[in-house]
Design a protein around this ligand. Structure first.
Ligand code: CO
Length: 213
């Protein structure tokens, strides 16, 4: 069987399995969504969102792009954050990077990659901000892993820079922004334990959006 046809076979099996556990499963799903999480991760096929979290349909609002970047001028990710935070009222926003990330690796190479250049620039900017720390790491793999972690931290910081996250948190105590790294080699999810309150305070000292006062 061709892989393309197999997808539809898999889907039939999945529907049957879900209905076997709960006859009303899809009827309930169609009533609406109320996810607690917004997950922003890498498009890498190995770093699945729901599967690695053990989550099912309706539980996670998902956005993925190359190297889990949150760019201020990317209407796509900004719309996802606005919708998830202001309308779905998610309680947690997660930036989830992963070790062995090809996007981060590419940003570490001296190479012209065409239209990928402006996207990967976001990661080179992370390198520039943390140059002192990264340049001090002599082992290339260790440096690569650290850049992956710092990229997660900077993209989480970019989430905190948005007015919608600041306003919603001040008004309701949510969302909390988290930074995670998925380790492809072990399957483990690593919590970088970012201090959200402290980061928010630092960010508001500079990125203070007047409407929040
Ligand atoms: Co990646």
């Amino acid at each position: 069987m061709k892989s393309y046809q197999k997808v539809f076979e898999n889907n039939k099996k999945w529907v049957a399995d879900k209905k076997a556990t709960d006859k009303e499963f899809f009827a309930k799903l169609s009533e609406g969504q109320n996810p607690e999480f917004l997950y922003i991760g890498c498009s890498d096929s190995r770093a699945t969102a729901e599967e690695l979290m053990g989550a099912g349909p309706g539980e996670v609002f998902v956005h993925r792009n190359i190297a889990n970047v949150v760019s201020n001028i990317d209407l796509n990710v900004m719309s996802v954050i606005e919708y998830a935070v202001a309308h779905l009222k998610v309680k947690h926003v997660v930036i989830c990077g992963h070790y062995y990330c090809g996007g981060v690796k590419a940003a570490m190479q001296a190479q012209d990659l065409g239209i990928l250049n402006p996207w990967l620039r976001n990661i080179r900017d992370v390198y520039r901000i943390h140059k002192k720390e990264l340049d001090a790491i002599t082992d290339e793999d260790a440096k690569y892993n650290r850049l992956i972690e710092l990229n997660v931290e900077e993209q989480a910081t970019n989430v905190i820079k948005t007015a919608v996250v600041q306003r919603q948190y001040i008004n309701t105590g949510y969302p909390i922004v988290h930074g995670w790294v998925f380790d492809v080699h072990s399957g483990n999810l690593v919590d970088l334990n970012l201090n959200f309150e402290e980061k928010l305070k630092d960010i508001q000292a500079i990125y203070n959006l007047g409407s929040l006062k």
